[in-house]
Ligand binder design. Structure first.
Ligand code: XMP
Length: 515
């Protein structure tokens, strides 16, 4: 996929935990950035004609025997290079600087002192500032031709530059929010050193993608599976803008959706005038799930049944050549980088579409991060309720009924409880702050007392987490009064529930979902 800009910066990735974040921050500065493995060949890098390179951080020491390397000739091409953390050390070592283990290392907030005039990156900024560090090795002597422009207690050379050759290095992480002048430093590198002048934005992808989709699919028919989630909704809307009625969306309602969710998706897309096939497949799914208690078995059944239904609909449409997928840049990176052949990501993490259903993929969001996809969604006129929807697993409520079979009675109870939680969370204006908020129904009953009689009913567990990327998560500190309202409403309004509990576990060691 090309992008709506001629200016791009390549981030050579040494495996640092913040590498993706570097690319995101550069994009936030209005310059398109893409990650590439640090081992990418010089020819390949130059064929992209980047305005600059950034060498990322990484977990290794430059002295480790198998320390990740990069094509060092890149440093002699007068192409602007910014080394960050390990990237700076790798650059310093390659050019004859002295890099050594620095005592205890520096982790977290660290005081940074500007040296000399601070050079291009730090000149005019406060002479003392804080920055975020995470390193054991330090540069003790800058290579010839470089001037040190900052130091910290543990890093004699915490930043350096060689204006002549366009080489810059910073030991600290400008991409994390705990480095207050981080964005300023990145901006200076991008604008003053690399000379970038364009203003890239997620919205600028729209026009470009519409043209690219038209070119890719020509007069062919295209199908898109809508899941109700942000990614497939934005991808579908974008493709519809490009090719109109040649796109048909298929929405498989497996009966495991949240309250009203199916109806909302179908109504919204009908309003947009998108040809849409909505399949009510609840009965099929529930028949297959009867008696199944094992979570993995549930996932597999839901996944394969979904594919079966989708396949039947695709065959009915006849002559469909293309399948739209809402693949995101983070999926692309996780599967090994932008060059890797696309693998079909099922909505359900199991299997894929069968081999005899051969589609070429249309993946208009392949280059975008989640927050950028949201910006594109808004640009395309999708309603906030769709653009800001929290992630929802493909198997839906099927993996939120725990330790027992998934059946209609339990689904209805869970849906009703979940709707109350969502309503209160939205009313408290917490919906966007939370990564996910939902209810879980353990298939056990406990004793309660209501009116004059004893009850024997299900508990509902409230799960609400904050997270950046679902890899780690913390339990959300929901206000007590909100919890009280949710609890009493669920117990009073939902038949079959007599107890509400709150999950206060972080991930790890727990996971976000219960199954
Ligand atoms: P966990 O529970 O592993 O979840 O902390 C991380 C993220 O993935 C979602 N999730 C799933 N999504 N199919 C999906 O499409 C699944 O089987 C599945 N299991 C978990 C979960 O909602 C969270 O956002």
């Amino acid at each position: 996929m090309s992008v709506a800009t001629t200016e791009e910066v390549l981030v050579l990735d040494f495996g640092g935990q913040y590498s993706q974040l570097i690319a995101r921050r550069i994009r936030e500065c209005g310059v398109f950035a893409e990650l590439m493995p640090a081992t990418t060949s010089v020819e390949k890098i130059l064929s992209r004609d980047p305005k600059a390179l950034v060498l990322s951080g990484g977990p290794a020491s430059v002295h480790d025997p198998g320390a990740p390397s990069f094509p060092e000739e890149l440093l002699g091409l007068h192409m602007p290079v910014l080394g960050i953390c390990y990237g700076m050390q790798a650059m310093a070592k390659a050019l004859g600087g002295r890099v050594e283990v620095a005592g205890k290392g520096e982790f977290g907030r660290t005081d940074l002192f500007v040296v000399g005039d601070g050079g291009t990156l730090l000149g005019g900024l406060p002479r003392e500032q804080t920055c975020w560090m995470s390193h054991r090795d330090s540069v003790f002597e800058a290579p010839e031709g470089f001037s040190p422009i900052a130091s910290t207690p543990g890093s004699p050379v915490a930043a350096l530059e060689d204006r002549e050759r366009g080489l810059y290095g910073i030991q600290f992480h400008p991409e994390v929010v705990h480095t207050p002048f981080g964005t300023e430093v990145l901006n200076r590198f991008l604008r003053e050193v690399a000379g970038c002048v364009e203003q890239w934005s997620p919205a600028s992808v729209v026009a470009e993608q519409i043209a690219a989709i038209r070119e890719q699919v020509g007069d062919s028919k295209v199908i898109c599976g809508l899941s109700g989630g942000v990614d497939s909704s934005v991808a579908a809307k974008l493709v519809h803008e490009a090719i109109g009625d040649k796109l048909t969306c298929v929405f498989v309602d497996h009966g495991l959706m949240r309250s009203n969710e199916g109806v909302e998706v179908v109504e919204a897309f009908k309003d947009f005038g998108v040809p849409l096939v909505a399949v009510d497949a609840e009965k099929r799914f529930l028949e297959k799930l009867a008696g199944v208690t094992d979570p993995e078995a549930k996932r597999k059944i839901i996944g394969s049944e979904f594919i079966r239904v989708f396949e039947e609909e695709a065959l009915k449409l006849a002559d469909v050549d293309y399948l739209v997928q809402g693949t995101l840049y983070s999926d692309v990176i996780e599967s090994g980088g932008s060059d890797h052949a696309a693998t079909i990501k099922s909505h359900h993490n199991v299997g894929g579409l069968p081999d005899d259903l051969e589609f070429e993929l249309v993946e208009p969001l392949r280059m975008l991060f989640k927050d950028e996809v949201r910006a594109v969604g808004t640009e395309l006129g999708l309603p906030d309720s769709m653009v800001w929807r929290q992630p929802f697993p493909g198997p839906g409520l099927g993996i939120r009924i725990i330790g027992g079979e998934v059946n209609r009675e339990r689904l209805d109870i869970l849906r009703a409880a979940d709707a109350i939680l969502q309503e209160e969370i939205r009313a408290g204006e917490l919906y966007r702050e939370l990564w996910q908020s939902f209810c879980v129904l353990p298939a056990i009953r406990s004793v309660g007392v209501q009116g004059d009689g004893r009850t024997y009913a299900y508990p509902i567990v409230i799960r609400a987490v904050t997270s950046e990327d679902a890899m780690t998560a913390d339990w959300a500190r929901l206000p007590y009064d909100l919890l009280e309202r949710v609890s009493s409403r669920i117990i009073n309004e939902v038949n079959g529930v007599n107890r509400v509990a709150l999950d206060i576990s972080s991930k790890p060691p727990a996971t976000i979902e219960w199954e």
